[in-house]
Design a binder for this molecule. Structure first.
Ligand code: NAD
Length: 509
């Protein structure tokens, strides 16, 4: 399989959708997809009309009953074959991720691997769906609970993890017996289409997994259609809030994961070399375009701050920025010109607000890639809570240093921030670490671990305005999200026994 088979692109080099087991062209509006390292448009992607989305919903609905009735062990076999196919095609998928998103190849491989781990978790679906059974819940009465799939469910995903975030959703939704419609980001649509084709090749029946490319028109159609039972969303907080409000108003189960501003606390006793290395990877990896990126380091004590700023400044001079497909680079471009300009605007704003710009990446030029959407690493010192660069999610290679006098003051900053996705503490003190993890108001916590992204058999989710809904992504919570419980109580009267009418409320006595 080629990365993007020529026959899948129409004459205008436009990607369509994947509906009912096949690539579907679309003559509706389209959007350009750029290679951020060169700034060139590499293809276009169709924006689904309402009718196209309705046809995907119809395909998913038609596929639901047979798929629901397929034994979980058979569904697991599809997932096993899928995992194998994904691994065989890993390099092609990773190349597509790097081409359209801009991230460096080993980072793209990391994202892909974390997605495949959810497919591995989905291979255990017979065990996960076993349910509960109580014999003799009453006289000659047995009772059990089943986890039944919901029906047609949808996923809407962001640009920054075009493979991993969809894989947080559809493998578990499908393994649970649902059918799925994915609306991926319009900025990097090729990898999701390839994920769909491979799942079909793994033996998934047509219509169980569908991809519609598009924008608000497609999303709103999914949110309003009564056949769609549940929606998983990952993206910015403003849209997450809209999806949650609109989806729940239309009677759907919704989980909507939003933006972040992840703080790291650096205690005076931390291992400074390891802390600096951890901060560089977590702040500048993937050009800071990660919802778990560390964008604020709160240093406890001026001496700690001076040490961290000094060592970060020295290390950032060696950070290699360039095209993602050059394996010697550490950081690629930002995803689009608009996003690069927005991040650059935040750096200008930080200077205006009075923060000290210690490392300024604004004038970076990457030789041979002068039209790419590059921005060098930026480091601000003396940032405070009243500044917009502290309050707002920048989503770029910008790290803010805030100076605090104590662990309590540092933790108060984190607790008072509107986001609560991830956080971490660097320390050698077990008591300080335990106090931090016990009390901090954030969903995912690291102790000397800068990116505490839960493994596939735990679940991923933030607190406060980083998540709307009750259940997290993937792991055990995904079984709860993509199923509904049904409890059955059964009696088969023994031969010859006549049951009397009972007027009292049934009880076990
Ligand atoms: P985004 O909110 O702009 O887009 C996300 C999805 O929503 C896309 O599919 C997009 O097409 C769709 N969308 C955009 N505007 C819409 C509208 N008005 N109506 C309906 N649908 C709309 O997010 P993005 O820029 O693609 O991704 C970056 C954001 O995602 C950051 O805020 C980041 O923190 C967040 N993110 C969060 C997590 C998490 O787990 N919490 C993970 C990854 C990314």
């Amino acid at each position: 399989m080629n990365a993007i088979p020529a026959e899948k692109l129409n004459a205008s080099n436009t990607l369509g959708h994947f509906i009912a087991g096949d690539d579907v062209a679309d003559s509706n509006r389209s959007m350009p997809v750029s290679n951020p390292a060169t700034g060139k448009v590499v293809r276009h992607v169709a924006m689904a009309s309402k009718d196209t989305v309705l046809s995907a919903i119809a395909a998913a609905e038609a596929a639901f009953l047979p798929w629901r009735n397929t034994p979980p062990a058979k569904r697991a076999q599809v997932m096993f074959r899928y995992k194998q196919l994904l691994e065989e095609h890993a390099d092609e998928i990773v190349a597509l991720l790097s081409e359209e998103h801009g991230k460096v190849l080993d980072d793209a491989m990391g994202e892909f691997t974390r997605g495949v781990e959810v497919v591995e978790y989905a291979c255990g679906i017979p065990e996960l769906l076993k349910g509960e059974f109580s014999k003799n819940a009453g006289p000659r009465i047995d009772s059990w609970s089943e986890l039944q799939p919901l029906g047609v469910v949808a996923g809407i995903t962001p640009f920054n993890f075009p493979a991993m975030v969809p894989m947080w959703m559809f493998p578990m939704a499908i393994a649970c017996g649902n059918t799925f419609i994915l609306k991926p980001s319009e900025k990097d649509p090729s990898a999701p289409l390839m994920l769909a084709r491979l799942l079909s090749e793994a033996g998934l029946p047509d219509g169980v997994f569908n991809v519609v490319n598009g924008d608000k028109e497609a999303v709103d159609t999914l949110l309003e259609d009564q056949r769609v039972q549940a929606v998983s969303f990952v993206g910015s907080t403003a849209i997450a809030e809209y999806i949650y409000a609109t989806g729940t108003r239309n009677g759907k189960r919704v989980q909507a994961l939003g933006g972040a501003k992840n703080h790291a606390i650096v205690m005076p006793d931390a291992d400074m070399d390891n802390t600096v290395n951890a901060l560089i990877g977590a702040a500048y990896g993937s050009c800071g375009e990660r919802c778990m990126a560390i964008s604020v380091a709160v240093c406890v004590g001026d001496e700690t701050a001076d040490t961290i700023v000094g060592r970060l400044t020295a290390s950032l001079a060696d950070l290699r920025v360039g095209s993602g497909d050059d394996v010697s680079n550490n950081m690629g471009p930002l995803v689009t010109r608009e996003h690069r300009d927005k991040v650059k605007g935040y750096v200008d704003l930080g200077v205006e607000e009075g923060a000290t710009l210690v490392v300024d990446g604004r004038n970076l030029v990457v030789e041979g890639h002068e039209n790419g959407f590059f921005l060098g690493p930026c480091l601000f010192d003396h940032v405070n809570e009243s500044m917009r660069i502290y309050q707002e999610e920048i989503f770029g290679p910008v790290l803010c240093i805030v100076r605090a006098e104590s662990q309590e003051q540092a933790m108060r900053l984190i607790d008072e921030h509107e986001y609560g996705n991830g956080t971490c503490i660097f320390t050698r003190d077990g008591e300080a670490a335990r106090y931090f993890s016990d009390n901090i108001k954030v969903g995912m916590v690291g102790i000397n671990v800068p990116l505490p992204v839960p493994v596939a058999y735990h679940s991923f989710g933030g607190w406060k305005r980083s998540l709307f809904g009750d259940l997290y992504a993937y792991g055990p919570d995904s079984v709860r999200f993509y199923t509904r419980r049904k409890t059955i109580t059964q009696r088969w009267p023994a031969g010859g026994v006549r049951e009397q009418a009972q007027f009292a409320f049934p009880s076990t006595s």
